[in-house]
Design a protein around this ligand. Structure first.
Ligand SMILES: [Zn+2]
Length: 392
């Protein structure tokens, strides 16, 4: 790979700068000869009033912005150069110069045009140190991975977008990586991730890829040159729509980031009554004994047979009735309390027979020690005794 060091002024790089608010991208520079944000790059993430302001502060203090890398695509048509590294910095300067945000100077908000002319000139004349490199795609991408290990590193999906760049990534990002996609709000109830850091896209890819027994990488490699993302889109939508159809209440935050793909694959062939499901979910969500709220959804989907998902032991009403009947039947003829702890005591309660509603179920062998939720591990205690035992 060949590299060449060039010096550009900010003014030259920003000639013809366009910022696309909708896509969150700085588009072009060098009078159309530079693509600031190639398709595989992350969206603009410096627009937070800190990173972007820091870039302008540096320029005003005469500090260098660090090395910037362009790649020479040797393209016959359109732009020759693409920003390989430095698009966040260039976009920040471009947005400032075109009046998209203000900075504070001596406590006052200043836009580019309200700065004194000499300050404006200082920014425009600032020199950017640019390595222009040329080489085959594989070399450039390998290098791209290396240089991104410094600074704000690309996350796994941002790297994959770079490695498998092409029409598939472009189409997938248009659907899954734009915060202003109205569907994102709905998806966010179930999918966890920062949209413009490609984390929602990563989830969508993971879901569809796992259906083929593939990794995200393998799936992206196989579909790299596809112009359609129909399968990705259809599968993701199927999962989301299924969740919506089974769980009808407005989503609890416990639903966010569950492995919905696995739940969908396991349970979507089963029929559910959404009203019943909702009643179960709401009851469990408000049940203080359920310590793992995130387990509620699978617990209900699976037919409420596996309380381990809830990190709590729940004895069924039938089990409690049966344990109560057994203890009471044994206690009465012996003239002892049907609460074994009261029966072992010496006060008036030693012979007291409690009603079922005055008792609670306890585990003879604690749940945390592997005790089963079955009749022979169920012991009914009077409420005061059960509560005084606390969480064992
Ligand atoms: Zn008792």
């Amino acid at each position: 790979m060949k590299t060449e060091l060039r010096h550009y002024t900010v003014a030259k790089v920003l000639a013809g700068f366009v910022y696309n608010e909708f896509e969150g991208k700085g588009l072009f520079g060098l009078a159309g000869d530079l693509v600031i944000q190639p398709e595989y790059q992350r969206h603009y993430i410096y627009g937070d009033g800190k990173h972007d302001v820091a870039v302008i502060d540096s320029l005003l203090k005469g500090y260098p912005l660090g090395l910037i890398y362009f790649v020479n695509t040797n393209s016959d048509v359109g732009a020759q150069l693409e920003v390989l590294d430095g698009q966040q910095r260039i976009t920040s300067v471009g947005r400032f110069v075109t009046g998209k945000f203000a900075i504070k100077v001596a406590g006052k908000h200043q836009t580019f045009s309200s700065l004194p002319v000499e300050k404006q000139q200082l920014i425009l004349d600032s020199e950017l140190l640019v390595y222009v490199c040329a080489g085959v795609e594989a070399e450039i991408k390998e290098w791209f991975q290396t240089i991104n290990m410094v600074g704000v590193p690309l996350n796994a999906q941002e790297l994959r977008n770079a490695i498998y760049s092409g029409p598939f990534v472009t189409a997938a990002k248009a659907e899954f990586s734009r915060s202003n996609n109205a569907l994102q709000q709905k998806w966010a109830a179930y999918v966890k991730g920062v949209v413009n850091r490609q984390e929602v896209l990563a989830v969508a890819l993971d879901w569809v890829a796992s259906g083929h027994g593939q990794s995200i990488d393998a799936y992206m490699a196989a579909h790299r040159h596809d112009t359609s993302i129909a399968e990705l889109q259809t599968y993701f939508t199927s999962v989301i729509d299924w969740i919506d159809s089974v769980f009808i209440a407005s989503p609890d935050k416990a639903m966010q980031g569950l492995d919905w793909d696995r739940l969908y694959r396991t349970y979507h062939h089963k029929a559910y009554n959404p009203a019943t499901v909702d009643a179960d979910v709401q009851a469990l969500l408000s049940d203080l004994a359920v310590t793992n709220k995130r387990g509620i959804y699978e617990y209900v989907l699976a037919g409420k047979t596996n309380p381990q998902l809830l990190d709590v032991r729940i004895f069924s009403a039938a089990t409690k009735r049966e344990a109560y009947a057994r203890q009471t039947a044994a206690a009465k003829p012996a003239d002892k309390s049907n609460c074994p702890l009261c029966a072992a005591g010496t006060n008036n309660n030693a012979t007291r027979i409690y009603a079922l509603k005055e008792m609670e179920a306890d585990h003879v062998t604690a749940w945390s020690k592997g005790g089963a939720t079955m009749l022979d591990n169920c012991e009914m205690l009077c409420v005061p005794h059960n509560r005084s035992k606390g969480n064992r």
